[in-house]
Design a protein around this ligand. Structure first.
Ligand code: CP
Ligand code: NVA
Length: 301
């Protein structure tokens, strides 16, 4: 077993029940696991159910590979088979899965679905992305920032784009580690003001103001999964919010570019940004694996 557990929340739905120590501990564990390219038997015989209403490359693969590297196994259950809330109510799914597996990672449309799973399942439930939060992503973002700058205290991260699930999780975790966030969204796409306030984040409608002198520029798609019907409208509303070479030049010299992926090229970003010298996008993707391992060790072992 690697590392000692501190207080252990049962679930990771968002960072509501996580304090500074839990987050720093998870990140320290992830760094160790990455350095050691850790493989072990810690979760031998344990099974994680991946209950996914939406598609995924990174989240599904990293959770499956992490379980494999830790000696356990993952079972992928997609919406076509399970029919969450259609073929069966969420509560019944929870009360079945807890009899079969040791943990559930759920990717859902409505955040209430992961909350309901967690309420009814006696096993840990991990939010693998909901409309409100993407905590696994935020942990990988923190690891990537630490690798680039040696720590988080006083770093300025500019978010340019939609006030969405990925931003919400970044805003939740930022004050716990001393990370400063500046947010620029178009009018009508602002994040939850309570989260902005709690993070002490700077809010603006100007991408340039957010980016100027920042350590990192972070963006995500303008149209998230489930919002496809709004795409045309969003393309218009987000005009001027693209993160490209021009905007990246406003960062401090050592400034980096982050994107959780997948990217919609020509919309929120460009090939030049994702594949250019400032990009840490693929380190960020790799770090999904190491941080997922840390979460699984903490919650399932
Ligand atoms: N960043 C992320 O969560 O990617 P996937 O949607 O491919 O899992
Ligand atoms: N905001 C995006 C993130 C994808 C990883 C979505 O929810 O589709």
């Amino acid at each position: 077993m690697v590392g000692d557990a501190l207080t252990r929340p049962k679930d990771l739905l968002d960072f509501t029940f996580y304090g500074k120590r839990e987050v720093e501990d998870l990140l320290a564990l992830a760094e160790t696991l990455k350095r050691e390219r850790y493989r072990g038997e810690d979760l031998k015989g344990k099974v994680l159910a991946l209950l996914f209403e939406k598609p995924s490359l990174r989240t599904r693969t990293t959770l499956e590979v992490a379980m494999l590297h830790l000696g356990g196994h993952a079972v992928y259950l997609d919406q076509k088979q399970v029919g969450i809330g259609e073929r069966e109510p969420v509560r019944d799914i929870a009360k079945n899965l807890e009899r079969f597996v040791e943990g559930i990672a759920a990717r859902v449309y409505r955040h209430e679905t992961v909350e309901e799973l967690a309420r009814h399942a006696r096993i840990p439930v991990i939010n693998a992305l909901s409309d409100r939060a993407h905590p696994l992503q935020a942990l990988a973002d923190l690891l990537t920032l630490k690798e680039a700058f040696g720590g988080w205290e006083g770093l300025e991260v500019a978010w340019v784009g939609d006030g969405n699930n990925v931003l919400n999780s970044l805003l939740e975790v930022a004050p716990l580690v001393g990370l400063r966030v500046r947010v620029a969204t178009p009018r009508g796409y602002e994040p939850d003001p309570a989260l902005v306030q709690k993070a002490g984040a700077l809010f603006t409608h100007s991408p340039q103001e957010a980016a100027l002198g920042a350590h990192a520029l972070y963006t995500d798609v303008w149209t998230s999964m489930g919002q496809e019907a709004e795409r045309e409208r969003r393309l218009q509303d987000f005009n001027g919010f693209q993160v490209n070479g021009e905007l990246l030049r406003l960062l401090r010299p050592e400034g980096i570019f982050l994107h959780c992926l997948p990217a919609h090229y020509g919309e929120e970003t460009t090939e030049e940004a994702v594949h250019g010298p400032r990009s840490r996008v693929f380190d960020q993707a790799e770090n999904r694996l190491h941080t997922a391992k840390a979460v699984l060790l903490r919650l399932l072992s």
